[in-house]
Ligand binder design. Structure first.
Ligand code: PEP
Ligand code: MN
Length: 265
């Protein structure tokens, strides 16, 4: 795989500000009002891309599993009315086709999908001949080959605007993190593919809003290209990932405190 970081969609989005690429928005789109309220607050900050999950891969059934297709209309409103780029998670070919119809600017593949080569290949097949940027989260288990394999499947479908998202790895051991970062794995990925943009998702690594700043800073110290931070207007009452989401004001504070390393990775 060969990448051109300078020409990448992800690099170009942030080129003027010099700082990291900033992706923010709720874990889940819950209602049109919640999406618009969050996006309006984020559009006033240095946020480049709005995220919201509409198909939610929950570990257990009988929990909120996302609003589904109607959420695409809300994301499209964010794009049209607020000028923010928008991104959502896709887990199968139908998701890809519908997201593309609504002009979603970038897609991401979630950690529970990256572990499954059949699902990733199905997504790759749906992306054949389509130029949409794709971000691939690491698999939930600490397996670098699976992460690279998923990137390769999407790349082989002709998608060259790729980025990796580091969201930590599931562990049965007790830890202060929800998903242990195992920084060595993304460092090895970056060593193999130096021009591949890499984004940290401190929200899913931390699992707790108090750790978001420290995890983000650590990633920027390692030369990461961007951050994806879950942001909700009322985190305590969020329908998913309530403990780790921050308010738009708290996000502002985190972004102001982050120091960007000037040298390359
Ligand atoms: C998410 O981004 O809300 C999500 C479900 O993430 P992950 O795939 O990293 O668990
Ligand atoms: Mn989440």
């Amino acid at each position: 795989m060969k990448f051109n970081n300078k020409e990448s969609f992800f690099t170009k989005l942030r080129v003027k500000e010099q700082g990291p690429l900033i992706i923010a928005g709720p874990c889940s789109a819950e209602s049109e009002a919640q999406v618009m309220l969050t996006a309006q607050a984020l559009a006033k900050q240095d946020v480049h891309m709005f995220r919201a999950g509409i198909w939610k891969p929950r570990s257990r059934p009988n929990t909120f599993e996302g609003v589904g297709y109607k959420g695409l209309e809300w994301l499209s409103r964010v794009k049209q009315e607020l000028g923010l780029k928008v991104t959502t998670e896709v887990a199968n070919a139908r998701h890809v086709e519908e997201a593309l119809k609504y002009g979603i600017d970038a897609l991401w593949i979630g950690a529970r999908t990256t572990v499954n080569p059949f699902a990733v290949q199905e997504i790759a097949d749906a992306l054949q001949g389509v130029q949409v940027p794709v971000m691939v989260k690491n698999p939930i288990n600490p397996d670098l080959a699976l992460w690279i394999g998923a990137l390769e499947r999407i790349y082989n479908a002709g998608v060259t605007d790729l980025a990796a998202i580091h969201r930590g790895f599931s562990s049965y051991q007790k830890s202060k993190y929800r998903n242990v970062p195992v920084w060595q794995i993304p460092i090895e990925l970056k060593a193999r593919f130096q021009s591949l943009p890499i984004i940290v998702d401190p929200s899913h690594i931390a699992g707790n809003r108090d750790l978001i700043f420290a995890v983000s800073q650590k990633a920027l110290d390692l030369g990461y290209d961007g951050v994806m931070i879950e942001t909700h207007p009322d985190p305590e009452n969020a329908l998913s990932d309530a403990e780790q989401q921050v308010t738009p004001n708290a996000l502002k504070d985190i972004l102001e405190r982050l120091q960007v390393r000037k040298t390359a990775y």
